[in-house]
Ligand binder design. Structure first.
Ligand code: FES
Length: 95
């Protein structure tokens, strides 16, 4: 099992299976990552790996519509398209 910390939701920490989809766990565990489509289209679920980016899977072509190379290098991903296999801390812009 892995630990996912939702930094922008008062640091809420939840335990999840390895290779979990970030948005799915957020929905199940009330993590609070913003979303609309869940399908890589809207761009709402943009989030930042404060820690553990090495545990994210490969960037999907759909994510590149919303993220520049610099964004990706800086640790940004689209939560609905990203699976994690280790402990991570995730933040996002709170509106
Ligand atoms: S929720 Fe729409 S792109 Fe992720």
């Amino acid at each position: 099992m892995i630990t996912i910390i939702f930094v922008s939701n008062n640091g809420r920490a939840v335990v999840a299976p390895e290779n979990s989809n970030l948005l799915r766990i957020s929905l199940r565990e009330k993590g609070g990552i913003p979303f609309k489509c869940g399908a890589g289209i809207c761009g709402t679920c943009r989030c930042h790996f404060d820690a553990g980016s090495e545990y994210a899977d490969a960037v999907k072509p759909k994510e590149r519509r919303h993220l520049s190379d610099a964004d990706i290098e800086a640790g940004y991903r689209m939560a609905c398209q990203t699976f994690v296999s280790g402990d991570v801390s995730i933040s996002w812009e709170v509106k």
